[in-house]
Design a protein around this ligand. Structure first.
Ligand SMILES: *Cc1c(COP(=O)(O)O)cnc(C)c1O
Length: 412
């Protein structure tokens, strides 16, 4: 706990655009703007687009999805050439789930859990319906079970009919982190595959996808990677699967030679086959500075700091907020959670509005009564954490939250 005993902000904080009047604890939804992204984007716009025009594709842009993908690959323990940036997380999940589904030798079951991010459930459920009516989409309801037994419950559900398991590494609501390694191993023992969504863990949890032999993964770049609103997502596919599975969305950027304009589709032999259309270059450019900062800060160091922040927050909630009617919805064991903590209160919606509008403390709210606090270890300070605790204490004790409507609307 040495570093946190001082109140000094983390060393990388000054490399982000910050405003010390607000306590920003929503970096798990939208990360802060790296200062370098402003400089770099201006350069890409003014020099590359403005002057190079069409020649920018060969000079700068065609290589970006793979180059940035490889940097993200370092964060998740992938080998070079196994990670690429494209599309949204939902679309990437569809592409990889569709690819795995078609290569499973008749296996008929997809396993997920009901606490998964709704978009993932929609994509998987939609795929199960559209590919083959016989596919069973088993979304396990693990609400009633302890965090300690959740990974084991998934392992127990995998059988010889399972095509693949698709889960979020870290739950978007509770912050619970599955044991990727043991679930991947259990899936492989039954001849099934795994497809992980790393949206809430990339940039804060160390991972060794290659060493754990993970088949496939997707993830988001605008949360802890600070890539900007709607930044394109990434996908990982283990290299031995590249030529074995097919992208169900065939587009020219996934073809071996997009500029041959051949009418017959020949897929790229490598990870590029999971590209679809023209990459959004300005949004792609915005991702790279944030990823560079996370690489420089070091994922092990960020994980340690993240565990210190979430542990201190939970300790303060326990001491000061549980007596005021709050409950903790996240694992108490730091090794079993990501970098956000969820707490609940019957008046959570009003309290959230009070925090934002009166106290300039920014968490986010998830129905029906969850307030999520994200601790992005690369820039979040202890001062922000303490301000959140004090604001909640004051909101309840003074009942100032009652100034806000209880009717829930306009949630982001
Ligand atoms: C944020 C998030 C996404 C985002 O999906 P998009 O399609 O990029 O909007 C997907 N999955 C999980 C688990 C997330 O947390």
């Amino acid at each position: 706990m040495s570093e946190l005993k001082t109140a000094a902000p983390p060393p990388f904080r000054s490399l982000f655009v910050t405003d010390d009047t607000i306590a920003y604890l929503d970096g798990n939804s939208l990360g802060r703007l790296p200062r370098q992204a402003v400089v770099y984007l201006q350069k890409v716009i003014a020099e590359q687009w403005g002057k190079d025009l069409i020649s920018g594709w060969n000079a700068h842009w065609l290589s970006m999805p793979a180059r940035i993908g490889n940097k993200i690959g370092q964060l998740i323990g992938a080998d070079a050439g196994e990670t690429i940036v494209s599309d949204s997380t939902s679309v990437n999940l569809f592409k990889l789930a569709g690819a795995l589904m078609r290569s499973t030798n008749g296996r008929k079951k997809i396993i997920t859990d009901r606490a998964n991010f709704p978009s993932d459930l929609y994509v998987l459920g939609g795929l199960a319906r559209s590919t083959d009516e016989a596919i069973k989409f088993q979304s396990m309801d693990l609400d009633a079970c302890d965090f300690e037994s959740m990974s084991q419950r998934i392992c127990d559900a995998i059988d010889e009919d399972t095509a693949f398991v698709s889960l979020s590494h870290v739950h978007y609501k509770s912050g619970f982190a599955y044991d990727i390694e043991s679930i991947t191993l259990a899936a492989h023992q039954h001849g099934a595959r795994v497809l992980w969504d790393l949206s809430h863990s990339v940039g804060v949890l160390p991972m060794q996808l290659r060493a754990w032999n993970v088949d496939a993964a997707v993830g988001c770049t605008y949360k802890y990677l600070n890539g900007g609103p709607g930044a394109p997502a990434f996908l990982y596919l283990r290299s031995d699967l590249h030529s074995a599975v097919d992208n169900p969305i065939r587009g020219w950027f996934g073809a071996m030679n997009p500029f041959s304009f051949s009418v017959d589709y020949v897929p790229s032999p490598d990870i590029q086959r999971f590209l679809v259309g023209t990459p959004p270059i300005l949004s792609l450019a915005a991702i790279e500075p944030g990823v560079d900062l996370v690489l420089q800060a070091g994922i092990e160091h960020l994980r340690e700091r993240s565990m210190q922040l979430t542990s201190e927050f939970i300790a303060l909630v326990t001491e000061r907020l549980l007596p005021l009617g709050f409950t903790i919805q996240s694992p108490l064991d730091a090794t079993m959670r990501g970098s956000h903590v969820s707490i609940s209160h019957p008046n959570a919606w009003q309290i959230t509005q009070d925090l934002i509008q009166r106290y300039s403390v920014i968490p986010d709210f998830r129905k029906p009564s969850t307030i999520r606090f994200g601790f992005a270890p690369i820039y979040t300070t202890r001062d922000e954490l303490h301000r959140a605790i004090e604001a909640m204490e004051s909101s309840i004790k003074s009942q100032s939250y009652r100034d806000f409507p209880s009717h829930i609307q306009g949630v982001t």
